[in-house]
Design a protein around this ligand. Structure first.
Ligand code: FES
Length: 173
C-alpha cells in the first residue's frame, strides 16, 4: 500500500493538511478497509493474494517457463528455477483479472520448494481449496494458473534433456 501512501502524501501532505506519518496511517486504514470489503465478496485469502501477490515478477534466464492464455484470453506466465528435483525459485506475471492474480500467486506459493512430481500434481481444484474457494465464474482462472505451472515444468524438463531449446523461447509478457 506504499502507492496509496505516496498518493495521499502528494494530495494532502503538499498543502500542510497531513504529514507523512498521518498519510501512511491512513493508507494502512484504507488497505484494511479494502481487504475487508473485498474479503466479504470473494473470501479473505483471495483478497489477500489479489492485493498483495506473492512471487510476482520475472526471473533472469529461468530453467523453465511458459505463457498460457485461458478461455477468456487472459494470460499467465510462470518462470521457475530448479535445484535438483525441487523448485527453488518461481515467479509469475499476468494481464488477467484479480482472481487470476490471486490464483497465480497461490500457485507459486504451493509450488515453491515442491518437487517436480509434487508440483505437477497441483491443479485448479487444489489452488481453489488453498484459496478457501473462488466464485464459480472464476474457476477457469485457477485452471489457467495451474496449467501455466505444468507447462513451465514441462519446459524445464524438455530443456534438461535438450538444452538448445532454451534458445527458442519467446518472451511476450
Ligand atoms: Fe479469465 Fe480470470 S483468467 S477472468
Amino acid at each position: 500500500m506504499e502507492g496509496i501512501g505516496i498518493l495521499l502524501g502528494a494530495f494532502l501532505g503538499g498543502n500542510g493538511q497531513m504529514n507523512p506519518e498521518e498519510s501512511e496511517h491512513m493508507a494502512r486504514q484504507m488497505e484494511r478497509a479494502i481487504l475487508e470489503e473485498l474479503g466479504k465478496a470473494v473470501g479473505q485469502k483471495v483478497a489477500e493474494h489479489a492485493l498483495n501477490p506473492q512471487n510476482a515478477g520475472s526471473l533472469t534466464d529461468p530453467d523453465g517457463e511458459a505463457t498460457l492464455s485461458g478461455i477468456c484470453e487472459d494470460t499467465v506466465r510462470i518462470q521457475l528455477r530448479l535445484q535438483g528435483d525441487r523448485i527453488q525459485e518461481i515467479r509469475f506475471m499476468t494481464n488477467g483479472c484479480a482472481a487470476t492474480v490471486a490464483c497465480s500467486s497461490m500457485v507459486t506459493v504451493l509450488a515453491q520448494g515442491a518437487t517436480i512430481k509434487e508440483a505437477l500434481g497441483i491443479d485448479g481444484k487444489r489452488v481453489i481449496e488453498a484459496l478457501g474457494g473462488l466464485p464459480i465464474e472464476h474457476t477457469h482462472c485457477a485452471d489457467l494458473a495451474a496449467n501455466a505451472l505444468k507447462a513451465a515444468l514441462r519446459n524445464a524438463l524438455e530443456i534438461r534433456n535438450e538444452p538448445w531449446k532454451r534458445l527458442y523461447r519467446s518472451r511476450n509478457l
